[in-house]
Design a protein around this ligand. Structure first.
Ligand code: NDP
Ligand code: 8X3
Length: 252
């Protein structure tokens, strides 16, 4: 029987690439995000290309009731989730601490921290009765270091790091693996969202770099799910070869 993966943020970037990678490897996929049209297009493509079952679910991870309803009401054959890719997230703005918008901060906390935790808990509850499962959380190099004007984004990603450790400890009795993946600069819609549609500012982030692309991160995430039952990659940092961490890169 095919396994099932539940992916948040599947309308773009890492989540979309994960949907393709897992479907190509015969997983049935639950794809989620707010943009319903993109979910429907992707669902049609995956069904056609890979002959797997696909369930598109449009919801906002910030809405606790929606998260609980969507995940709590899954029926056969979607009830048993083998892998969660807990990926939906964003940076909004890149401003000094004293100048940053409180609305931007709220959006990041509500999405990257609270929404992230709501989804993880709801899916963990589905995994617990089966005493198996794999939760893959998207952190960032910003979970490891704090850079100038990264304030609240870095704080939410440090929280992802902390909550990944917390999940790993508390879910030990249920044989649930918890992997935190921490990418560096990756060319997705991330920077366009961060700079609120300013394409020039977004493109500057990758100037002189051959950055990661979404498929690189999806390959790595998928690899983590292929290890034997008794082996878990707990924490993994992945950057492009020209980037060492948040502070050092070599642009040509
Ligand atoms: P993208 O902007 O390309 O994709 C983000 C995804 O998150 C979209 O599918 C979006 O869907 C979804 N999303 C955002 N807000 C919500 C919400 N409130 N409810 C539901 N879904 C939401 O970014 P990436 O793929 O690059 O980023 C994915 C994750 O990886 C994020 O957590 C990000 O912080 C992290 N990351 C990114 C890096 C990068 O350089 N790109 C590096 C390190 C980590 P929709 O808008 O349809 O809701
Ligand atoms: C995204 C990577 O360096 O912009 O998490 O924070 S960075």
């Amino acid at each position: 029987m095919n396994k099932t993966v539940f992916i948040t943020g599947a309308t773009a970037g890492f989540g979309e690439a994960c949907a393709r990678k897992f479907a190509a490897n015969s997983y049935n996929v639950i794809i989620t995000g707010r943009r319903r049209d993109r979910l429907e297009q992707l669902a049609a493509e995956l069904t056609r290309t890979f002959s797997v079952a696909v369930l598109p679910l449009a919801f906002d991870v910030r809405n606790r009731e929606q998260v609980l309803k969507m995940i709590g009401s899954l029926e056969e054959p979607w009830k048993q989730i083998d892998v969660l890719v807990n990926n939906a997230g964003l940076a909004v703005g890149k401003d000094r601490f004293d100048q940053a918008s409180l609305d931007d901060w709220d959006t990041m906390v509500d999405t990257n921290l609270k929404g992230f935790a709501y989804v993880a808990q709801a899916v963990a509850k589905r995994m617990i009765p089966h005493k198996r499962g794999h939760i893959i959380n998207l952190g960032s190099v910003a979970a490891k270091q704090v850079y100038a004007q990264g304030n609240m984004y870095c704080a939410t990603k440090h929280a992802v790091e902390a909550l990944s450790q917390a999940m790993r400890i508390d879910l030990l009795p249920y044989h649930i693996k918890v992997t935190a993946i921490h990418p560096g600069a990756a060319d997705t819609e991330f920077s366009t969202v961060r700079f609120k549609g300013d394409r020039i500012a977004a493109e500057k982030v990758y100037d002189g770099l051959i950055p990661l692309v979404a498929a690189d991160v999806a390959e790595t995430i998928f690899y983590c799910t292929t290890l034997p039952e008794h082996v878990c990659i707990n924490d993994l940092v992945i950057t492009c070869t020209q980037q060492a961490d948040c502070f050092y890169d070599h642009r040509e």
